[in-house]
Design a protein around this ligand. Structure first.
Ligand SMILES: CCCCCCCC/C=C\CCCCCCCC(=O)N[C@@H](CO)[C@H](O)/C=C/CCCCCCCCCCCCC
Ligand SMILES: [Ca+2]
Ligand SMILES: [Zn+2]
Length: 262
């Protein structure tokens, strides 16, 4: 019986051929492009521009993202059962940490009276989901992708209340990257035969880059709304480093003089 650590013991095998470019790396391009997820750490770096509590929270989210990137690389390198679960569970827990800290209080269920209670609700839900994830690991990724739809819904609710064109623009760019990302993920999962027929089974590695791009825009946006709700005396402003007009930019959120925007 193969060990849960052994190569190719995972329930899922992505479209890219295994061991075609290396004897030790199962899916070479998926592994190499998995490292782009580590660039997500750039997003929490934005928060260095913020202060106190906000900076503290970003460290926890940054650490979870780092683990998600490392486990993604390990999974595609080995395609092991443990690799798959570590990849999926690290994403689940990163989302849990992000939700616990950033989920706006106005959207809390009626029975939840404080962020402390919300922490407990998120914690219990995540522990139950973690246990359930062992039942049929191949379904876990579908569940995780559904969370993006909830984020889309929250974004839409917030945009309805906000007149800042920069916020609308950043949200639009985030959604475009996400649509490209999820299309690549689904195409690789469902239409592998087609991609193999045209010798282009690399869409999952594109997904890694595209979802990282989407998150790069998502994080400053979420932080922007967090400041609006939690630090109402500050005025957050979205920007692009090094400048708006450059073709390659890193989005960020900065704090300006005290004033409420949205
Ligand atoms: C108020 C909440 C704020 C949430 C902020 C978001 C914080 C970031 C959370 C999670 C990081 C996700 C990192 C993705 C790593 C992908 C690794 C990967 O490719 N794994 C695959 C196997 O190799 C696996 O099949 C994929 C599983 C699906 C992952 C779905 C992640 C959804 C994350 C939500 C993205 C939001 C983007 C904006 C949406 C409009
Ligand atoms: Ca494969
Ligand atoms: Zn992957």
């Amino acid at each position: 019986m193969p060990s849960i650590f052994s190569y190719q013991s995972a329930e899922v095998d992505w479209c890219e051929g295994n061991f075609e470019r290396s004897k030790v790396i199962a899916e070479y391009y998926n592994t190499v492009n998995g490292t782009t997820l580590l660039s997500l750490l750039l997003a929490p770096l934005n928060f260095l521009l913020l202060e106190g509590a906000v900076l503290q929270l970003s460290c926890q989210v940054g650490l979870s993202l780092l683990l998600a990137g490392i486990f993604s690389v390990y999974f595609h390198m080995t395609l092991s059962y443990v690799g798959q679960l570590l990849d999926e569970l690290s994403i689940l827990w990163t989302l849990a940490v992000a939700y616990s800290f950033w989920y706006p209080k106005i959207y809390f269920p009626r029975c939840i009276k404080s962020r402390k209670h919300f922490f407990w609700l998120t914690g219990v839900t995540t522990v139950i989901s973690t246990l359930m994830s062992f039942i049929k690991p191949a379904f876990n990724a579908y569940g995780l992708n559904c969370i993006a739809f909830h984020l889309l819904y929250l974004t839409w609710r917030e945009l309805k209340k906000c007149n800042d064109k920069r916020v609308h623009r950043m949200a639009a760019v985030m959604v475009v990257w996400w649509v490209l990302a999820i299309s690549s993920w689904i195409s690789d999962r469902w239409f592998c035969g087609l991609w193999q027929a045209i010798s282009f089974p690399y869409l999952h590695s594109f997904w890694h880059v595209l979802i990282a791009m989407s998150l790069l825009y998502c994080c400053p946006l979420v932080m922007y709304f967090d400041v609006v709700y939690e630090l109402p005396s500050f005025k957050p402003k979205l920007g692009y480093w090094p400048s708006d007009s450059w073709p390659v930019v890193v989005p960020y959120v900065a704090l300006e003089e005290p004033h409420k925007q949205c």
